[in-house]
Design a protein around this ligand. Structure first.
Ligand SMILES: [Zn+2]
Ligand SMILES: [Zn+2]
Length: 170
């Protein structure tokens, strides 16, 4: 029954499942008939302890000694299962592999294409843009899977300074 539901929904469209702590996440997994192995629990610990999205590699490496190291392939498998269930989402913040974070509360991301700074924002903060795009194109924009890319305030002001200098000394 559970397996069928998972196969019918694609990873990103599975509704976000909110679990405020590891115990709630473990309970949610058990209710869905999923085992909570030591390896799976480690992945949860990494995600609940993280301040931002993490790569599978960093989780496998034990987050700089904060957690035991684990097998990368098993970390990926566990992240995949957690994502299918809706507890986890991945986001592509650069050219590398996706980064993983808890699905709730839902966050969206702004990435600077010049200095690669990442700003995490509550989803509601981009609702204004979302409704403009929806009105104009009938398209519902999401910045959870791929971020909104542009220039951060610092790089923007540097590029303006640069332009002013160019005007001053043509
Ligand atoms: Zn920047
Ligand atoms: Zn993806």
């Amino acid at each position: 029954m559970l397996t069928e539901e998972i196969e019918l929904t694609t990873t990103h469209r599975s509704p976000a499942l909110s679990a405020t702590n590891i115990e709630a996440a473990v309970k949610a997994l058990r209710e869905r008939g999923l085992r909570v192995s030591a390896a799976r629990r480690l992945v949860l610990e990494a995600l609940y302890g993280a301040e931002g999205p993490l790569s599978a590699e960093r989780i496998a490496q034990g987050l700089e000694g904060r957690l035991p190291r684990s097998d990368l392939a098993s970390v990926y498998r566990n992240l995949e299962t957690l994502e299918e269930v809706g507890l986890v989402r991945h986001v592509h913040l650069g050219h590398g592999p996706g980064l993983y974070a808890l699905a709730a509360p839902e966050h969206e991301y702004l990435v600077c294409e010049s200095c690669h700074a990442v700003r995490t924002v509550a989803k509601a903060e981009l609702d204004g843009i979302r409704s403009q795009v929806l009105d104009r194109f009938g398209f519902e924009a999401r910045f959870t899977h791929f971020p909104l890319v542009g220039l951060c305030p610092r790089c923007l002001s540097e590029s303006h300074d640069h332009e002013e200098n160019e005007h001053a000394h043509p």
